[in-house]
Design a protein around this ligand. Structure first.
Ligand code: NAD
Ligand code: MG
Length: 392
């Protein structure tokens, strides 16, 4: 029986995780859940899944929740409570599914306390990089990737690499990181200025939270995933290729020196990678129906067009530059995407602002978590200013 904490339980990944674990009451015990402000969604989770602890980051939300749930559910508030439910000795497994840099502190706490970490929160890893991985190694924590591409790559890699071995020692030629290209893969470029938040969040294949949906539309998501893959699999820039595969059936591939290519395939449903990480090295039912290959449309593939997707180009460049650049880019992007979602800026300005902040802070370096947090704060400040008065 694994005692589980779900950080970000009210979100898309959080709800999919609850869907999988309630199919296996003999294997998973829900210890704690967290949400930000959505009291109604959290009350529903508490009534249906009966966790021991529920955390709402906002105090007012926690107070409102208390009135709606049975007294057997302990309701806590504040960021410290997130750290507590991630690091508590009663917990074996932490699903890290908070969106954005807000997830870094509790996910880091899970790493420091040696938990089994199911990592969906890619921004936390992009932001903190090797410092996060060092904590995982020091404590003996287990890190399993939930992001569908990284989970696919993990599944297609040999056990030696899964355990931290070098790609080249196992005959890996390349990692092929696939992406759908999002809703604007073929949209005329002169129509990009008129893209609304509603259009950007309507992903053709995946049903996800708003921020990652916009990132998929700009392909910043693939850029963050490139950075994430380099860190998770200790890969060089040249060892990963990004390939557009609009059908989202192949979730990524590993190409070997002997000419073999191993792909992981499945429905575009996050319950598959979630179930894989929950049960690894075993397999459990996820509720996802298997593929019926006779009913699938043709598979197609193409190289990404970096002129169409300047955010992908920025992320690839940042990955070459190193940790400071990826921290800056992640922070700027969180601010610019939030500004786009609240209609303060247009779709094209997301990339303009991200590039402006990257240029403004070029030359910064980071050596500690404090440096990273300071650079993250400064980048957000510059991006917020740029939302109001463009830097370039
Ligand atoms: P979402 O917006 O649906 O949910 C986000 C969760 O984080 C919610 O529970 C919300 O309450 C919580 N949250 C938001 N801001 C917070 C804050 N400041 N402090 C504490 N909690 C906060 O997002 P999602 O789509 O579930 O994505 C979650 C993470 O998983 C992201 O990092 C995303 O990149 C990654 N991911 C998601 C998918 C997907 O299919 N949804 C796929 C791969 C990776
Ligand atoms: Mg992904």
């Amino acid at each position: 029986m694994q005692n589980l904490t779900i950080l970000g339980a009210t979100g898309s990944i959080g709800l999919s995780t609850l869907d999988v674990i309630c199919r296996h009451p003999d294997k998973f015990n829900l210890y704690a859940v967290s949400g930000n402000t959505n009291v109604k969604a959290m009350a529903k989770i508490c009534l249906e899944h009966k966790p021991q602890i529920a955390v709402m980051v906002e105090e007012a939300a926690a107070c409102a929740l208390k009135a709606l749930v049975p007294s057997s559910v302990k309701v806590l508030s504040g960021k410290e409570a997130l750290v507590e439910i991630a690091a508590c000795t009663d917990v074996d497994t932490v699903m890290a599914a908070i969106v954005g840099g807000a997830g870094l502190e509790p996910t880091m706490a899970a790493a420091k306390s040696g938990k089994r970490i199911l990592l969906a929160n890619k921004e936390a890893l992009v932001m903190s990089g090797e410092l996060f991985l060092d904590e995982v190694r020091k404590s003996g924590a287990t890190l399993l990737p939930v992001d569908s591409e990284h989970n696919a790559i993990f599944q297609a890699l040999p056990a030696a690499v899964q355990k931290g071995g070098k790609l080249t020692d196992s005959g890996v030629h390349k990692i092929l990181l696939t992406g759908s290209g999002g809703p604007f893969l073929t949209k005329p470029l002169n129509e990009f200025e008129a893209i609304t938040p509603e259009m950007a969040v309507a992903h053709p294949n995946w049903d996800m939270g708003a921020k990652i949906s916009v990132d998929s539309a700009t392909m910043m998501n693939k850029g963050l995933e490139f950075i994430e893959a380099r860190l998770l699999f200790n890969a060089s820039f040249e060892q990963i290729d990004v390939i557009i595969h609009p059908q989202s059936i192949i979730h990524s591939m590993v190409s070997y020196n002997d000419g073999s290519v191993i792909a992981q395939m499945g429905q575009p449903d996050m319950r598959t990678p979630i179930a894989h990480t929950l049960a690894f090295p075993n397999r459990i039912d996820s509720g996802v129906t298997p593929l019926d290959f006779t009913q699938l449309a043709d598979f197609s593939f193409q190289a990404p067009d970096l002129n169409r997707f300047p955010n992908l180009a920025l992320a690839l460049e940042a990955s070459k530059c190193g940790q400071a650049a990826t921290t800056i880019l992640n922070a700027a992007n969180e601010v610019s995407v939030a500004a786009f979602l609240s209609r303060q800026i247009g779709f094209n300005q997301i990339a303009t602002i991200n590039e402006g902040v990257l240029n403004k802070l070029a030359g910064e370096s980071v050596a500690s978590l404090d440096d990273i947090l300071a650079l993250d704060t400064m980048s957000r400040k510059y991006a917020a200013t740029a939302v109001l008065e463009p830097l370039l």
